[in-house]
Design a protein around this ligand. Structure first.
Ligand code: 13P
Ligand code: SF4
Length: 359
């Protein structure tokens, strides 16, 4: 549906009144009604860099989810404030790894005698305290656009490990598995899954000793809905269709896809394709619909038969954006995301290791 014209005008007027003081970032999964007010759009890696590159903005209004706003707070100057228009915009995947659980896992890996070989790597989609954990244990953050480079970096951190370094990958088992197996040449047998509800994550000590990649048992419920059967059906019904998916999809789906990458990669791939190309895209629906509307010269299909939005991304709507902006105009800061200084310092170490990666 078209945005409420009154709200559109109020958002426009508030942004104009705030001028350079405010900078609005929009993740690719945001609604159209919100994206139209974003000064920049991007995937989570690009937005982290864009947030850090705006020192003149007093306020960063982050139209995305909580972990992204936290990362922006960590990477911006202490005088800058990051605002998340709806505090309920979390991420169910990020919630699947809690600090106490990760610390218990680290203790268990210590008891199993393998911890000296382990480098923790966390996907951006995690809370600031998990990033801080990685910072203080010699690890790094990665996003879907640099997970392979980050894993290469991590494996190189333990040259003396007798049976090779191990990576503890948090919290998305699919991104971890897809990267380790499809980009780095590990076997599926080199990976074990760590279930935080079971002793030793559900593994024997021997299995942990033999493993090279320890995958936290987390996933994205949105990307988990894409199925290999639908890939087969679409291939049978759309001539020359190319399957383009996000690496949070299951290994089965990614194995059947033609191209895999971050939201930014998905957009650039479609933008660069010749007219008349056919795509079935496996990522959040706001983005796929926007791509289809912007590229009528291509044939773009959603890789699922049902509606599949990220409900927490969708929490940020125009009324919340207007409320956040108008509050600033009126001199009130609402929904400021502030990571505590100790967590921030340690998380910044892990984020900076990612920003320093080549490429
Ligand atoms: P990107 O890093 O590709 O933007 O993905 C973030 C995300 O939350 C995907 O579900
Ligand atoms: Fe989290 Fe999945 Fe939503 Fe991305 S799409 S923010 S991983 S729940």
């Amino acid at each position: 549906p078209a945005s409420d014209p009154d709200l559109v005008e109020r958002a426009r007027a508030a942004k104009e009144a705030l001028g350079e003081k405010v900078f609005v970032l929009g993740h690719h999964y945001q609604r159209d009604e919100v994206i139209q007010f974003a000064d920049v759009t991007g995937d989570s890696f690009k937005l982290a860099r864009d947030a850090a590159a705006r020192p003149e903005a007093e306020y960063i209004v982050f139209c995305g989810v909580h972990f992204m706003a936290e990362s922006a707070d960590i990477l911006t100057a202490p005088t800058q404030k990051v605002i998340l228009p709806d505090l309920a915009a979390g991420c169910s995947m990020a919630d699947m790894a809690r600090l106490a659980q990760v610390e218990d896992a680290w203790d268990a890996l210590t008891d199993a005698g393998v911890v000296d070989a382990v480098v923790p790597v966390t996907y951006m989609n995690s809370s600031a305290d998990i990033k801080a954990f990685c910072g203080r244990h010699g690890g790094a953050v990665c996003t879907s656009s640099n997970a392979d480079v980050a894993l290469e970096w991590a494996f190189a951190q333990k040259p003396d490990a007798e049976d090779g370094a191990k990576v503890l990958f948090l919290p998305d088992q699919h991104l971890g598995r897809n990267t380790a197996v499809l980009k780095m040449g590990f076997e599926l047998d080199d990976c074990v899954v760590w279930d935080p509800r079971r002793p030793n994550g559900g593994n024997t000590v021997e299995e942990l000793r033999a493993a090279r990649v320890i995958l936290w048992k987390g996933h994205c419920s949105v990307h988990g809905r894409f199925s290999a059967d639908v890939v087969d059906e679409l291939r049978a019904s759309i001539p020359d269709v190319q399957i383009l998916v996000h690496p949070e999809c299951t290994h089965e789906v990614v194995l059947k896809a033609d191209l895999v990458g971050s939201t930014e990669f998905i957009i650039k791939t479609v933008e660069a394709a010749p007219p008349g190309s056919s795509w079935a895209i496996g990522t959040e629906l706001n983005l796929v619909k926007r791509l289809a509307a912007r590229h009528p010269e291509q044939n773009i299909t959603f890789l699922d038969k049902t509606v599949c939005y990220c409900s927490t991304m969708n929490r940020i709507d125009l009324p919340h954006l207007v409320w956040a902006l108008e509050s600033l105009v009126g001199g009130t800061e609402v929904n400021v995301i502030e990571v505590d200084p100790e967590t921030e310092e340690q998380a910044k170490v892990a984020l900076q290791r990612m920003l320093d990666l080549p490429g």
